[in-house]
Write a protein that binds this ligand. Structure first.
Ligand code: XUL
Ligand code: CO
Length: 450
């Protein structure tokens, strides 16, 4: 083994294991709500929430933006004599962080973990070497892989797309990467494999054969699925919807669009969605809307937990902090039956001017606390049943009689129309009571119904 595997330096000195201290704690490095072993309803908090850290934001992103150079210190790359050595140190830092924070999962792109080599074969070798090390670190720490993915958007060769590139050669190079990333995910026992189509879209229709590109995307995904299943992958495949950025239009626009695409190409049995809060917002939807849509369509899979800045329309990937939003999201997740293969992956980054190493901890702690409280609030609502009872009652006229007949397809339009003239003047005048429900929601949020 090369000597870049010997390092065992502490990269976050002075920060120990983050523990639960309760809501009165004034320790910024303690959990106020997230108490992993606490049972909420039928499960421990940690098993409801299944938190994951995103390798790319935590250990690769350096604070650079289109207007300025890197600002974040990366102590793991300072003394490295080669990109592979830097990658090995980065992995040590990552696993130190996962274990100190107390998350059970992480997620990564191939290029987050291993540097691109001088040829496809060398890139794959680099990945395999680092995957071996990650396997050892997983075994030693108990941290698991939520999902793996391939980065088909950073390298200049992908400027016209990955699987939807107009040049066959680039599509084939993308396949080389995806195949290796699937192998890596299987080797690490990944519970899922994600496709985020960052450049699977277009910048202008003037140079784009959209129909052909979408067919290529479907063909590519079918091939990837077949390969992974042949290799024994039992996990879930996720598509991560996003409407735009970096492309003007991304084909995986939102959950409904992805659902239609999956059905059209026979991918719906294997693929689920990985819903990101900030992407939902860019598509003009509430985060909870996307989760409920996915659940209704039977394709809810996993979540990229973050938040956007509603006034600027960028993918700012901030840590989630709004209890209102997390309570709404957790209600939708509980209604969907909770996570199976998926979890809450913090696809979130600290700000450009957050340059202390503790900032990365504090960002995650705030996000974990926000979801822990959201879970408690959502559970209180479900257990109490007032809100769900109200909704059930609102549709009660479909539970029996002609309404029930309508639901199961027992009425023709003529029969329905005849019933319509009977209900004239009486039907339709029931309040939706939104204000009452919003007030009720706030009472749950404040713990009035504990
Ligand atoms: C980009 C994004 C990605 C995916 C993984 O907006 O969310 O980081 O989560 O490729
Ligand atoms: Co994401």
């Amino acid at each position: 083994m090369a000597d870049y595997f010997v390092g065992n330096k502490e990269y976050f000195p002075g920060i120990g294991k983050v523990v639960y201290e309760g809501r009165q704690s004034d320790n910024p490095l303690a959990f106020k709500y997230y108490d992993p072993e606490k049972v909420v309803g039928d499960k421990k908090m940690k098993d409801h929430l299944r938190f994951a850290v995103a390798y790319w934001h935590g250990f690769c992103a350096d604070g650079a933006d289109p207007f300025g150079a890197a600002t974040h210190p990366h102590p793991w790359s300072i003394d490295a004599k080669s990109p592979m050595e830097a990658a090995a140190h980065k992995m040590d830092a990552a696993f130190e962080f996962f274990t100190k924070l107390g998350v059970e999962f992480y997620a990564f792109h191939d290029r987050d973990m291993a540097p691109e080599g001088a040829s496809p074969a060398e890139s794959e070798r680099n990945l395999r070497t680092l995957v071996d090390k990650a396997g050892e670190r997983q075994k030693a720490t108990g941290v698991k892989l939520l999902w793996g993915t391939a980065n088909l958007f950073t390298h200049p060769r992908f400027m016209n797309g990955g699987a939807t590139n107009p040049e066959f050669g680039v599509v084939a190079l993308g396949a080389h990467q995806v195949k290796a990333a699937i192998d890596a995910t299987i080797a690490l026992g990944g519970q899922g494999y994600t496709f985020w189509g960052g450049r699977e879209g277009y910048m202008t229709l003037l140079n784009t054969d959209m129909k052909r590109e979408k067919e290529h995307l479907a063909r590519f995904l079918l091939m990837a699925r077949d390969y992974a299943r042949k290799q024994g992958f039992k996990g879930a495949f996720y598509i991560e919807p996003k409407p735009m950025e970096p492309t003007k239009h991304q084909y995986d626009y939102d959950v409904e669009t992805v659902a239609g695409f999956l059905r059209a190409y026979g991918l719906d049995a294997d693929f689920r969605v990985n819903i990101e809060a900030n992407h939902a917002e860019l598509a003009g939807h509430d985060f909870a809307h996307e989760i409920e849509c996915a659940a209704a369509l039977g394709i809810f899979g996993s979540v990229d937990a973050n938040r956007g800045e509603p006034r600027n329309g960028w993918d700012t990937d901030q840590f989630p902090i709004s209890y209102y939003e997390t309570a709404l999201a957790m209600r939708a997740i509980l209604k969907a039956g909770g996570f199976t293969t998926g979890g809450l992956n913090f696809d979130a980054k600290i700000r450009r001017n957050s340059i202390d190493l503790r900032d990365l901890f504090e960002g995650h702690i705030g996000g974990m606390d926000a979801f822990a409280l959201g879970l408690e609030v959502a559970w209180r609502m479900m257990r109490d049943g007032k809100l769900d009872g109200f909704i059930r009652q609102r549709y009660a006229s479909f539970d029996s009689g002609d309404g029930e007949k309508f639901e199961r397809g027992g009425l023709s339009l003529e029969e329905l129309a005849a019933l319509g003239s009977e209900s004239y003047g009486t039907a339709g005048f029931t309040s939706g009571r939104q204000e009452y429900l919003e007030n009720l929601f706030n009472q749950y949020l404040l713990g009035v119904f504990a």
